[in-house]
Design a protein around this ligand. Sequence first.
Ligand code: F0G
Length: 358
Amino acid sequence: AHQWRGVLREYADRLDVTDATPIITLGEGGTPLLPAPALSARTGAKVWVKYEGMNPTGSFKDRGMTMAVSKAVEAGAKAVICASTGNTSASAAAYATHAGITAAVLVPEGKIAMGKLAQAIAHNAQLLQVQGNFDDCLDIARDLAANYPVHLVNSVNNDRIEGQKTAAFEVVEVLEDAPDFHFIPVGNAGNYTAYFRGYSEELERGVSTKLPRMFGFQAAGSAPIVTGHVVKNPDTIASAIRIGNPASWELAIAARETSNGYFGAISDDKILEAHRILSAEVGIFVEPASAISVAGLLERADAGQIPAGATVVLTVTGHGLKDPQWALRAADGSDVQPTVVPVDTAEIAGVLGLAKAT
Ligand code: F0G
């Protein structure tokens, strides 16, 4: 039996990889597409979850990073750079160090989740906390890549989008067609664009019979695509998508139009409610930004936009262990305090509400 070989080898015929391309892989892709009965019951649709937290660094970024870093090394790069709300930096750090090159990462000071900060540092990145927001970091990263010998691996690099489109291939393979709807979080809109490209290619090849309607969601305090203007000071607890000026804005608008899609904004409270539903009812642990796919589905189903029996895929983009603090907040906003018990079986049985077997 063979193990999954990572997206560049698995999809070599669908990507710009040649014998000259060094394959820098950590085994990304091949993530589970899981049925979510609790979400199907709530919506009347057939709901599947593409669990991208199962990638090697815990987010979908790895699909794009294997491509971007491999192509960078093929081009002779000795260093890569990115701006990040955390996941891109964790992924760039891991793939760069695996390739034996340097990663420099620019993150907004104090605004990325602890797990992601720890990953970049663990993987030996040159991590700089910039006294600004993500959009400032991206401006500087582009500037550096244009004027210094360092290769940009943000999703403005088309290699990232190319690698990420493989997730749509995997969905079509499992469902044996495209779904009717695809729900996905939106920050820079790179991943939204990547799925659209992947689904479009499957349709062109005749492997699927339709394009899914692409439904993208931004946090209400960071919703430039929904409101139609740049947000100067984006704000949301979903730190991964705290972005005010998305890099792939125009591509995403085009993808929405072609796919008869939708962009919506979701409040932080609704994001956290969806996070609880996904953890407690489906058994899938994600970071808050990922839960916006679930929140978006519940909102659109309530609005009557999802026909009964429709096939719906939700991408959940990042693992819950990256940013676990939200799970320890109850629905009423209070801290969850795990019950403390003495070393006493009878007393513990009582607390658990167990009656002794007779
Ligand atoms: N979900 C997670 C967990 C993310 O980390 C990101 C983006 C997105 C969704 C949105 O994807 O930008 O392609 O629309 N994170 C980037 C980063 C910005 O730096 O890690 P997008």
